[in-house]
Design a protein around this ligand. Structure first.
Ligand SMILES: [Zn+2]
Length: 159
């Protein structure tokens, strides 16, 4: 192998590790976006992302850490490159974090008529239901009131 490439190998390893992390995060984001409503209804992100994607992401972060330590063989300041690459991967937002934040506003329920996933407060109290809430969301159970509320909201934001 070319001597120059060989001496900068830790940087190449860091670059590849960072690319693996970004790729894994993008794939995970796609999965979470597709499953967002199911995750909200389940109330948990556990198992939302296939294990191999999480494993790939973890492998990338381990790789970047190894590259960081290994970079000291280039020079004392060379590990800075691995740190910078790691920071670049953090620029790709994690959808799992966003959905976890949304879960804080839960629990959520899926309406049996319109299939919308809404916070449980959008379902009227119903003692006969297993979870104590109506199967229909307010929009379906009381369309007239729902329309009125949406109108008031629209008027308020216009002002
Ligand atoms: Zn509904």
């Amino acid at each position: 192998m070319d001597a120059v490439i060989k001496s900068y190998l830790p940087w190449f390893a860091a670059l590849i590790s960072a690319a693996v992390m970004v790729a894994a995060r993008l794939v995970a984001n796609g999965v979470v976006a597709a499953r967002r409503e199911d995750i909200l209804v389940d109330g948990s992100t556990t198992g939302a992302v296939p294990r191999w994607i999480s494993a790939t992401y973890l492998a990338g972060s381990v790789g970047i850490f190894i590259s960081f330590v290994w970079s000291f063989s280039i020079s004392w300041w060379a590990p800075v490159v691995a740190v910078l690459l790691y920071l670049v991967t953090a620029l790709v937002p994690s959808r799992i974090v966003a959905v976890t934040r949304e879960l804080g506003g839960g629990p959520y329920k899926k309406c049996t008529r319109c299939a919308a996933v809404r916070p449980i407060d959008y379902f009227a109290l119903d003692k006969s239901a297993a979870d104590g809430h109506s199967a229909l969301c307010v929009a379906c159970a009381d369309p007239a009131t729902w329309a009125r509320v949406q109108q008031l909201k629209a008027d308020f934001t216009k002002r």
